[in-house]
Write a protein that binds this ligand. Structure first.
Ligand SMILES: Cc1ncc(COP(=O)(O)O)c(C=O)c1O
Length: 416
């Protein structure tokens, strides 16, 4: 059994100064308690007890090249002695933007932000400015950041098209302009978008693979039909690819599904583990920030994170990267499916690119057993998120996959 004593003590101490002992509320769900890490490299982390783990949380998505990839750390280290943050222009702003735009189909302009939450807000603002309308279509259970205006109908939903706030303290007025529709429900989307002008609909905000709610691929023709209806009814189509970006394909959902949105939001994997997000899309929409749309942020475009973006894109565009990543991810899907089906038939393993999800009884919105299984797995030296999401990186090896498969079987047997 893996020793977690020092991590447990660190968490107890952290709770005295940090609310819940964590820096992001969702991390409190980690079982048996959040781990406190001393060192991380490649696919592995070592906690303060000195225990070693194969990591499939991967920073909750960003670490697509593993922990501390030498190219990414090297690029950041090269910038640090020269500059820290500027609030002025520097070459990495456009070099990193050029690297991203070169791989994202249909995107010719970009804005930098620090987090996905901020970038989603910017994209919505651009959509509203372009159309002069206010309402936003979003999909049931999809997460688009913690902001008042979109954190609704994620974990729970009261029914109908009206959004349900999901946090105490949220301004209920901020979500009044949301229209919530079931994902992959073509008829519902057709019905609502046909009345887009009368209903004041500015944009459709969609995570094309529902990465936070079961990892559901878009039904054949679903994205295409939304694209067509948005064009016909003057609605801006926004793909939230904060998780899906660089994971479902190098060029994201537009590359994988052949449907080009007007705007995309990227975050997480774009900077390989540094804080950076972006809105990328049609220049006629994005350039509104040069006129009357405000896009601001003290730390926007900071050279540290942009050195990381450029280096991450360098890693991801090197020949064979996606073939290898796909091979490792497919092996994990296979081995995990085998291991889970040996002990229980309540689980479905889904995979799109290097993003996997273990869904219970077909959905991932109501995980019952999986969180206990992840708790058991920690004792076998494997970290997986209780939400069911599993992130594979270029640093994971076949041996790492086998360690996961070997841990999941006894863990499931004792948890079921
Ligand atoms: C699809 C999606 N959109 C937006 C966000 C918000 O990004 P951030 O946590 O960087 O604010 C997330 C975060 O998990 C996400 O998964």
């Amino acid at each position: 059994m893996t020793d977690l004593t020092a991590s447990r003590h660190a968490h107890e101490r952290a709770q005295q100064s940090l609310a819940g002992g964590v820096s992001s509320g969702l991390r409190a769900a980690l079982r048996p308690h959040p781990l406190f890490i001393e060192k991380a490299q490649g696919s592995r982390v070592w906690d303060v007890s000195g225990s070693e783990f194969v990591d499939y949380a991967m920073g909750w998505g960003p670490l697509i090249a593993g922990h501390s990839h030498p190219d990414i750390i090297g690029a950041v280290a090269a910038v640090l002695p020269r500059m820290q943050m500027l609030g002025m222009g520097h070459a990495l702003e456009y070099e990193a933007a050029e690297a991203v735009l070169a791989v994202v189909p249909g995107a010719d302009r970009l804005l930098w932000s620090n987090t996905g939450t901020e970038a989603v807000q910017t994209a919505l603002r651009l959509g509203r400015a372009a159309t002069g309308r206010n309402r936003i279509v979003k999909f049931l259970h999809s997460y688009h950041g913690w902001h008042d205006s979109v954190f609704a109908s994620v974990a729970f939903h009261e029914g109908g098209e009206a959004a349900t706030p999901n946090s105490a303290g949220q301004n209920p007025n901020a979500i009044k302009d949301l229209i919530v529709l079931p994902f992959n429900d073509m008829a519902a989307v057709e019905h609502v978008l046909a009345e887009a002008a009368e209903r004041d609909i500015a944009a459709v905000l969609i995570d094309p693979v529902q990465s936070n709610s079961g990892l559901i691929a878009p039904a054949p023709g679903f994205l295409e039909r939304i694209r067509e209806l948005c064009d016909r009814h003057g609605v801006v189509l926004i793909f939230d690819q904060v998780i899906a970006g660089f994971r479902v394909a190098l060029g994201g959902a537009a590359e994988r599904y052949g449907v080009v949105p007007d705007l995309s939001v990227f975050g997480k994997a774009i900077a390989g583990g540094f804080a950076q997000a972006a809105v990328a899309g049609r220049s006629d929409l994005v350039d509104a920030v040069t006129r009357d749309v405000l896009h601001a942020g003290t730390y926007n475009g900071n050279p540290i994170a942009l050195a990381a973006v450029k280096a991450t894109l360098g890693v991801l565009t090197s020949p064979g990267t996606y073939e290898e990543l796909d091979k490792t991810s497919a092996l994990l899907e296979k081995r995990l499916t085998e291991s889970l089906s040996n002990v229980s038939n309540t689980f479905t393993v889904r995979r799109i690119g290097s993003l996997l999800t273990v869904a219970e009884d077909g959905t991932a919105s109501d995980q019952k057993l999986w969180p206990s299984i992840t708790e058991e797995m920690v004792h076998h030296g494997v970290i997986a998120l209780p939400t069911g999401k599993i992130f594979v990186s270029t640093a994971h090896t076949e041996a790492d996959i086998e360690q996961f498969a070997a841990a999941v079987q006894p863990a499931t047997a004792s948890a079921v």
